[in-house]
Design a protein around this ligand. Structure first.
Ligand code: ATP
Length: 324
């Protein structure tokens, strides 16, 4: 069985009458990249702050590498790197001074301190920015500095709250690459975002939070299934001639539905995920005279799948924790 880096058991956190985290439980295996997805206000930051020993649970237990975060906050902090969604920079402090300051605060001295600072500057490509003022950096540069800071103590577990928010596409690609390199180095990475597609391809495992609860656990594929559409498949169909022909054909044929009209055809939902059924539908279209030039299966958009999942959860009236 995989070792557990982060264990959250029946976690609750209330602020006055408001419950921000409501009975959350999950494990993050050591060496994995786990994405934590949820809309604004879902309770992600609150949960992450408790894991990082920056806040207390109202009830429940949280441990990092087997250490309870409430009982052993100092030891836990030595094991983790925390990258908050916003962090304060000091005026008139250069990038180099900023990292050196944190290394000193963490207890590194002399040659070792210099080595730690140089290592993270190399990793996060901060050498070109060494003499720039840390409060005068672009968003992407600031995130690299935040990552460098979170890595100063060479943590086993890296907790990143919305690190990609506000980054341009190039900076996002760079960040993804750095995260992958860290994962290959054996670090456990727990990373939040409200943009699902951002995390889907980079994470081994995804946790979905809504209204303070985990509503789904799994990977991107299991979400597509749990979105309530396990037994359907979406096909893109192009035909020669008016796309209306496809709609008219779908109307009189059972087990197919035109979901969207496209310039050259449409997106057809087939009421089965069996490829044989798709082959049968294609054969019938051709038999009925449609001039099909393209017919291929399309992956379901992750954002849509998540929205379906939330709708299903709300309709059921209770949080459905699906896992795979
Ligand atoms: P976002 O993506 O916007 O950062 P989130 O999923 O991280 O959202 P949290 O920041 O954990 O959500 O907030 C969850 C809920 O708890 C929100 O309704 C928020 O207003 C509330 N909340 C968080 N911290 C406090 C606090 N210190 N006092 C009162 N309410 C709080």
């Amino acid at each position: 069985m995989a070792e557990i880096a982060i264990r959250v058991q029946n976690l609750y956190r209330s602020f006055g009458d408001f419950t921000a985290v409501s009975g959350v439980s999950f494990d993050v295996p050591r060496g994995s990249v786990c994405g934590f997805i949820g809309a604004n206000g879902a309770g992600k930051t609150t949960t992450m702050r408790i894991i990082a020993s920056l806040d207390y649970p109202s009830s429940g237990t949280v441990s990092v590498c087997g250490l309870n975060v409430v009982n052993h906050p100092a030891k836990v902090r030595r094991l983790i790197g925390w990258m908050p969604d916003h962090f304060g920079n000091y005026e008139h402090m250069t990038v180099l001074e900023y990292l050196d300051f944190y290394a000193r605060a963490l207890g590194y001295r002399g040659k070792e301190r210099q080595m730690r600072v140089e290592e993270v500057m190399e990793f996060a490509d901060l050498f070109p920015l060494a003499d720039r003022f840390s409060n005068k950096l672009s968003k992407g540069m600031t995130q690299r500095l935040g990552l460098g800071r979170a890595l100063i103590n060479d943590p086993e577990v890296l907790i990143m709250d919305e690190p990609a928010a506000g980054l341009d596409p190039k900076a996002r690609v760079e960040l993804k690459h750095l995260i992958r390199v860290l994962a290959e180095d054996g670090k456990t990475i727990f990373i939040s975002s409200h943009i699902l597609s951002e995390l889907g391809e980079m994470c081994d495992h995804l946790l979905f939070m809504n209204d303070g609860r985990i509503v789904h656990e799994g990977n991107a594929d299991s979400l597509r299934v749990s979105g309530g559409r396990a037994n359907v498949a979406l096909y893109r169909v192009h035909i020669v001639g008016s796309p209306e022909q496809l709609g008219n054909w779908a109307e009189v044929n059972p087990n197919v539905e035109l979901m969207e009209t496209l310039k050259q055809g449409g997106r057809l939902e087939i009421a089965s995920s069996d490829p044989e059924q798709a082959a049968y539908v294609l054969a019938r279209m051709i038999q009925d005279g449609l001039k099909v030039t393209e017919f291929h299966r399309e992956e379901r958009n992750l954002e849509d799948a998540f929205i379906d999942l939330l709708e299903n959860t709300n309709q059921a009236g209770a949080p459905a924790v699906a896992s795979s």
